[in-house]
Design a protein around this ligand. Structure first.
Ligand code: SF4
Length: 612
């Protein structure tokens, strides 16, 4: 493979036999699917068998980084991971950041495939393409922060992917962390690595990424940096990260029926001012021109912790009614250290509270868990789920299916799930934009994959939404279909382009977060692709390849029995009553009420648009 951007190599490690092979993968894959996400889907398709148990040694883990990763293209940090995951059984694709992808590329690798099961706890060390499988018995049982710090010390300048005790104990809501501040693999990827006895993967690369036309790339990057310098929110974003957009998020975090006074109080506890009291420094992925990760100093203990983003601490702080930002940041740090998905665990806590409120779970039957909203409940559950302690800890460790086995299928009404995974967004609160809609159709269950699409920012006019969607490479005909009566904006049709936009970013390796995404236009990405790889494409053809990568992902889901009949919106969306502190009527992006029939019609439109 001679194009710039691509290393052209996939490393395959058989953890059972210890055999390692470094080989090229067909150049045609990069041509058809661009790289990263798309090629990962292709490699996973070939190496996996449908129906394989997620903990079977035959369930491969495929990592991949696209052609922009490791270059200076801003925010090109994405590393993708495919595996069949235990929470839902989905053949899932997950996306992470920090230094792992760049170090893979600087090591001369586009993809790393892990198959089999190591006979004992193992550390995989890769340096410039050379692989060592090392004993990790002394690391086993350790938290992610401690493990990562120990490995940084042993291998200075490397990037560390690690699992915590939750992954080791095969907890279905476990996830892995990269460099202690980026998550990878909602739905139990860490448990899949745990089942393979992989405690950590350390990668250190000292090479670079060859670029086809460095002069052209420099000129394009200058343009991007100039636009960043002129962005009116730049200073706020640099100082405050995602919490800088607190007014946009706050309304969505407030419990149902909150007043202006409640909002003021919550802002004091978890808003920008509260963040600044904990902020130690901002952390960015390689090449990112806007950091949104944090190192925080917890004043009470003097402890220094990393955070995926302080916004996540604010989310659990508001959801669990915590007393202040320090309590929330400390709880989030604990969950990250254990390697637990903070969203799923928070919703499991809220579910137990619902069971308590409806007299299904009495204090006597709660195995000593104090069923009161707050940080203590989350901490107690974190420990029980990680250790699979007691009947409740064991059941919740097996995710929602375990919960229903213990408390009854009927208790599903106290959740908001699609295909056994909890929703991240409640459209009764935020309106049915693409992030909310995508939760129904995503092959892996609810994700935030389309966080960069037009509806991320509330309150846009239809004209502006059309302009933002045009930037995502949708054709004029598609725009006419999306922005037409009766909806004004058809979210089902728009979601198809949002998914393709995500596929483009993840295949090339650009971070899809709103603050990065907003600087990119499909035509600019086309030009960057030409400068980095030497591949000159029309925008339309580039988007066709991005769509092909997403279609392949849907094919992986179809092999596991997923199809339109499994794309069912949660019942809670159609109930007005509060659940997990949220409530209200289902609305579209513009605030108009939606019925179940409307949602089903939009689903039909989504499938129609995907088939075009
Ligand atoms: S926005 Fe955050 S996740 Fe994305 S590249 Fe920058 S630091 Fe990394």
């Amino acid at each position: 493979m001679k194009k710039g951007g691509y290393a052209g190599k996939a490393l395959e490690i058989d953890l059972g036999s210890g055999e390692v092979s470094l080989a090229g993968y067909p150049e045609e894959y990069a041509d058809r699917y661009l790289g990263g996400f798309g090629v990962n889907n292709r490699l996973f398709l070939e190496r996996s068998r449908p129906g394989t148990d997620p903990f079977d040694p035959g369930n491969p883990v495929v990592l991949g980084a696209g052609p922009f990763v490791g270059t200076a293209v801003p925010g090109s940090s994405r590393v993708m991971a495919n595996a069949r995951v235990p929470l839902t059984g989905a053949a899932a694709s997950a996306s992470g950041s920090m230094g792992l992808g760049a170090h893979m590329k600087w090591s001369g690798l586009d993809h790393v495939v892990l198959v089999g099961r190591a006979p004992r706890p193992t550390l995989i060390y890769i340096e410039d393409g050379r692989v060592e499988l090392l004993p990790a018995t002394s690391l086993w049982g350790g938290g992610i922060l401690e493990t990562t710090r120990a490995l940084w010390e042993a291998y200075p300048g490397s990037s560390v992917l690690a699992i915590g005790p939750a992954g080791e104990n095969l907890v279905h809501l476990s996830l892995a962390m990269i460099d202690a501040c980026a998550t990878l693999g909602r739905g139990g990827l860490a448990a899949v690595l745990g089942s393979k006895n992989v405690k950590a993967l350390v990668v250190k690369g000292s090479g670079g990424v060859e670029v086809a036309d460095p002069g052209r790339l420099r000129a394009l990057l200058r343009g991007l940096h100039d636009r960043l310098a002129r962005w009116e929110m730049r200073q706020g974003a640099l100082e405050l990260g995602m919490i800088g957009a607190w007014p946009m998020y706050a309304g969505q975090l407030m419990p149902y029926g909150s007043t202006e006074d409640d909002l003021r109080e919550m802002t004091e506890r978890f808003g920008p001012g509260a963040y600044l009291k904990l902020k130690k420094k901002r952390i960015a992925c390689p090449s990112c021109f806007l950091a949104d990760k944090d190192e925080l100093l917890l004043p009470t203990t003097g402890e220094s912790v990393y955070s995926t983003s302080f916004l996540n601490a604010a989310i659990i702080g508001c959801a669990m009614g915590m007393k202040d930002a320090e309590e929330a940041a400390s709880a989030l740090a604990l969950l990250d250290d254990l390697g637990l998905d903070f969203m799923t665990l928070s919703w499991q806590a809220a579910y137990l509270l619902e069971l308590r409120e409806h007299d299904i779970l009495s204090p006597e039957d709660a195995e000593g868990i104090s069923l009161r909203r707050g940080a203590a409940l989350l901490r107690e559950l974190a420990s029980r789920v990680t250790e699979r302690k007691g009947e409740i800890g064991e059941a919740l460790a097996r995710g929602w299916r375990g919960a229903f086995e213990l408390f009854g299928e009927d208790t599903r009404r106290f959740t908001m799930l699609v295909r056994d995974q909890d929703c991240l967004y409640d459209p009764r609160v935020s309106g049915l934009g693409t992030m909310e809609f995508e939760q129904i159709v995503s092959p892996r269950g609810p994700t935030s994959a389309s966080a960069g699409s037009a509806t991320y920012v509330p309150g846009q006019t239809p004209e502006n939404l059309r302009r933002l969607t045009q930037r995502m490479g949708a054709s004029e005909e598609a725009l006419d279909r999306i922005f037409s009566p009766p909806w004004g904006m058809n979210v089902g049709r728009l979601t198809r382009y949002s998914e393709d936009w995500f596929s483009l970013f993840s295949s090339l390796g650009i971070c899809n977060r709103f603050q990065i995404n907003r600087f990119y236009h499909a035509d600019l990405i086309r030009d960057l692709l030409a400068a980095v790889t030497g591949v000159e494409l029309e925008t339309e053809e580039m988007m066709r390849r991005a769509a092909a990568g997403f279609e392949l992902y849907r094919e992986l889901g179809a092999r596991e029995g997923l199809g339109p009949e499994k794309d069912v919106p949660p019942e809670a969306w159609f109930e007005e009553g509060p659940l997990w502190g949220r409530g209200g009527r289902l609305r579209d992006y513009f605030g108009n009420e939606l019925s179940r029939e409307d949602v089903m019609a939009l689903l039909g439109d989504y499938y129609d648009e995907r088939s075009r």
